[in-house]
Structures are given as structure tokens and as C-alpha cells.
Ligand binder design. Structure first.
Ligand code: ADP
Ligand code: ASP
Ligand code: MG
Length: 407
């Protein structure tokens, strides 16, 4: 019997009317005998509001309590959606992440799904219920609620689809699919019919928030095809899968991504000798802080000192700064500078490795827009530049028009 997992993001369930509309749409599209699991996020900006609430009580709360608070957002949505189904005459049951069998690693705020025990979901489906599962949350071995990082409901949906061997995994959101750039920033961005897991994963890692990176990784490892589509229209969206099946690969560059959730830290004047970078970055790794772009440059060759510059996410900045200031003192560095007014713009495309002109074209587009490049980094399938945050819109539009000229 067919089983479909459908995920609705925050803006799709932002108001009581939208919640009823989601229930109505699911029932209208549901075929007889089809089993449906719905994953929902917190209503609208609830998660941001909960974070503000938390900061007004304590600006450095403990991870366990953060998860206890943030997970409540999704609990509101699941109960309301189950009630909406009941009102429309279809049996439904809401389940928290723990009740749905989502077992995660121990660490709070960024937990990873380790296992899904789908027994309860399957039993409820067998009774003819629509099962509504809270996204973004799970339970760890200590029995505590964990959350999966911002955008984590995508990962809940894909993990469930994998564990339940679902026939389809649909991600409903406030745009019509995956575009060649964020359509809110680039009005000319093109909707893709399909994109590979690898290219989507790179776009997501580089800031395309339409899918949480971890969800794409899961889709790839469990072979779950993902369909990203609009909550508000019924037209097909974008399929994320292993290989291209229909679209002509017209462009080497597949998409342009941007990320404003970036902060730059520079450690100035560190001694130029073995072990320095190890000391600095292992201290950050021990605190579970992801470091992204890294550059070391010579500050003064005579004095044998360097500057080391790197980026972290904005939420990690206060802790990273503390750790780096401490280590910098130990190393006898000249000082530490932090800068939050930066952003990263990137181009992504699997064919890039064999096309040498891509970087030059990207830098040319940035020069045309009068944008200065502070740091450059590359991977096999992407090139990224760190720029001033207030120039993101011009930068992304200029790069996009360079690689996707109007037909
Ligand atoms: P949801 O609440 O449904 O999870 P998100 O806000 O997390 O929605 O993700 C959808 C948003 O992702 C869109 O509104 C869009 O602004 C943004 N986005 C960024 N890059 C892209 C892209 N390449 N294609 C589509 N959407 C993108
Ligand atoms: N509500 C969570 C967030 O805002 C999870 C999600 O929406 O996917 O990040
Ligand atoms: Mg999201």
C-alpha cells in the first residue's frame, strides 16, 4: 500500500486558517488506501520568537533547556493539525519526535538522527489514521528531547521516508521548488525541474535554506527521492535525486547561493611555527564549532608572524571568540578581531572542475557590481567568496546574470 511523507514548513502553517488548509489539501489529494505521514514545523516565526524569549531570560542557557523550549513550537502545530483533520472528518493522531521513534545523538541543539523506530507510526497508520509528526526534534539515549538544528524538520521528513520506505517524500514550502538562486533576492531566478543530491547538498551547505543540508545527505544515503514544491499551488516543483533524468544540462553552473549567517574571526600576529593552527582549531573543534573558510597570510616576514582568518556561523561567534581570545593569549598573538558584517556568495555546479573559466567569470561579475572580495574558497563543485553583507543582493544578482543570461 502506498505510503507518502509530506512535510509542511513554518510559513505553510503560520495561521490557524493555513493549518486547516493544509489538512484540506492533504485530504483532497489523498487516494483511497494511501497511508500518509505529515511532518510539520512550528507556526510561522515561532522558533525565532522562542529564541528571543529565551535570550530575555538568559543569554547563555544550557543546551538541554534550549531544546526543551524550542521543541514546543512543533508540538503546537502537530496538535492543531490533528484537530484540523478531525474537524474535516478524518482520523489523525499527533506524535512528538520521541513518540515517533526518532532516536538522536546526545548533543543538544545540533543532534543527528541515529535511528528511527517506526513501530508506533506503522501501528497508527494500520488503524487508518493520518499520522502527524513533530519535525526538528527527537530523543537521545538519556531520554532528553533534542533538536536537529535550524531547518531540521526537512531532516525529520526525509529520515521518516527512508525508515518507512515511503513511495514519496514531498517538502511543501513557500516557493515553487528549488531555484537557480534564492527567488526572494533574485527575481529572475529559474525554477529547476530536478537537481542531483550532490549539487543540492552543496547549495544547502552554502546557504540555500530551502533544504537543511543533513536532509539531503539522508536522502542520498537512503535513496529517497525528494520533491520540493509549493504549499499554495499544485504544480510540480523540483525533484532531488541521484542523477538527471529529464533536464538538459545546459549550464556548468547550476545555482548561486548566499549565506548571511557568517562571521569572520581574525587572529593577528601569531608566530609562524608548526602546531599553531592545530592548537587554535582543535580548541574550536572540541567546542563543537564548525569552521568554514580558513586563510593564513604573512603579516610580517621579518618578525615571522602570520594572521589567521576564518569564518564561523553567527550563533557560534560568541563562544568561538572566547575560545580564540584565550588561545591567542597563550600563543602570544597581537590580537583578535571579529566581524559580523560579512556574507558568503557561491556558485555551485558538478561540471565546474573541468571548466577553468568559472572562477574568473564569478570574480568579473563581482567586480562589475563593485563588490570587493575578502576571502575565496573552493571545493570540487563550488567557488565561494566572502564579501560585505550589505552587498549581497547586488553580488548575487550580478553573478546570476553572468551565468544565467536571459534567453
Ligand atoms: P520552510 O519554512 O517551508 O521550511 P524555509 O524558509 O526554510 O521554508 O525555506 C524556503 C526559503 O528558502 C524560500 O522562501 C527562499 O527564500 C529560500 N531559498 C534560498 N535559496 C533558495 C533556492 N535556491 N531555491 C528556493 N528557495 C531558496
Ligand atoms: N522550526 C524549526 C526552525 O525554525 C525547524 C524547521 O522549521 O525546520 O528552524
Ligand atoms: Mg526550512
Amino acid at each position: 500500500m502506498t505510503l507518502i511523507v509530506k512535510k509542511f514548513g513554518g510559513s505553510s502553517v503560520a495561521t490557524p486558517e493555513k493549518i486547516v488548509n493544509v489538512a484540506r489539501r492533504i485530504l483532497q489529494e489523498k487516494k483511497d488506501g494511501e497511508r500518509i505521514v505529515v511532518v510539520v514545523s512550528a507556526m510561522g516565526d515561532t522558533t525565532d520568537e522562542l529564541i528571543d524569549l529565551m535570550k530575555s531570560v538568559n543569554d547563555r542557557p544550557n543546551g538541554r533547556e534550549i531544546d526543551m523550549l524550542l521543541s514546543t513550537g512543533e508540538q503546537v502545530s502537530i496538535a492543531l493539525l490533528a484537530m484540523a483533520f478531525a474537524r474535516l472528518g478524518h482520523p489523525a493522531i499527533s506524535l512528538t519526535g520521541a513518540q515517533a521513534g526518532i532516536a538522536t545523538t546526545v548533543q543538544h541543539n545540533k543532534a543527528k538522527i541515529q535511528r528511527v523506530e517506526p513501530g508506533r507510526i506503522l501501528a497508527e497508520l494500520a488503524k487508518g489514521q493520518i499520522v502527524v509528526v513533530a519535525g526538528f526534534q527527537g530523543v537521545n539515549a538519556a531520554g532528553d528531547i533534542t533538536t536537529l538544528g535550524r531547518g531540521g524538520s526537512d531532516t525529520t521528513a526525509v529520515a521518516l521516508a527512508g525508515a518507512l520506505k515511503a513511495d514519496a517524500c514531498e517538502i511543501f514550502t513557500d516557493v515553487k521548488g528549488v531555484y537557480s538562486a534564492d527567488p526572494r533576492l533574485v527575481p529572475r531566478a529559474r525554477k529547476m525541474q530536478e537537481i542531483t543530491y550532490n549539487e543540492m547538498l552543496e547549495m544547502a551547505r552554502l546557504g540555500a535554506v530551502v533544504m537543511q543540508p543533513r536532509s539531503v545527505e539522508m536522502g542520498k544515503s537512503y535513496g529517497v527521492p525528494i520533491h520540493v514544491r509549493s504549499t499554495f499551488t499544485s504544480e510540480p516543483g523540483t525533484y532531488i535525486r541521484e542523477e538527471y533524468t529529464m533536464e538538459e544540462r545546459e549550464f556548468v553552473v547550476r545555482g548561486v547561493a548566499h549565506d548571511l549567517n557568517v562571521a569572520k574571526l581574525a587572529v593577528l600576529g601569531v608566530p609562524d611555527r608548526p602546531g599553531i593552527a592545530y592548537k587554535l582549531f582543535s580548541a574550536l573543534a572540541n567546542a563543537n564549532i564548525d569552521v568554514d573558510m580558513i586563510v593564513q597570510s604573512i603579516r610580517n616576514a621579518d618578525k615571522n608572524i602570520n594572521d589567521i582568518l576564518f569564518t564561523v556561523s553567527q550563533q557560534d561567534l560568541p563562544r568561538a571568540r572566547e575560545i580564540v581570545e584565550h588561545t591567542a593569549k597563550e600563543l602570544g598573538a597581537l590580537g583578535v578581531v571579529a566581524d559580523e558584517n560579512v556574507a558568503k556568495v557561491s556558485v555551485v555546479g558538478a561540471g565546474m572542475l573541468g571548466s577553468p573559466g568559472i572562477a574568473a567569470q564569478m570574480f568579473g561579475a563581482l567586480a562589475d557590481a563593485g563588490v570587493n572580495i575578502e576571502v575565496i574558497s573552493t571545493s570540487e563543485i563550488s567557488i565561494s567568496c566572502l564579501i560585505r553583507a550589505d552587498q549581497v543582493k547586488e553580488a548575487v544578482n550580478s553573478i546570476h546574470s553572468r551565468f544565467f543570461p536571459d534567453k
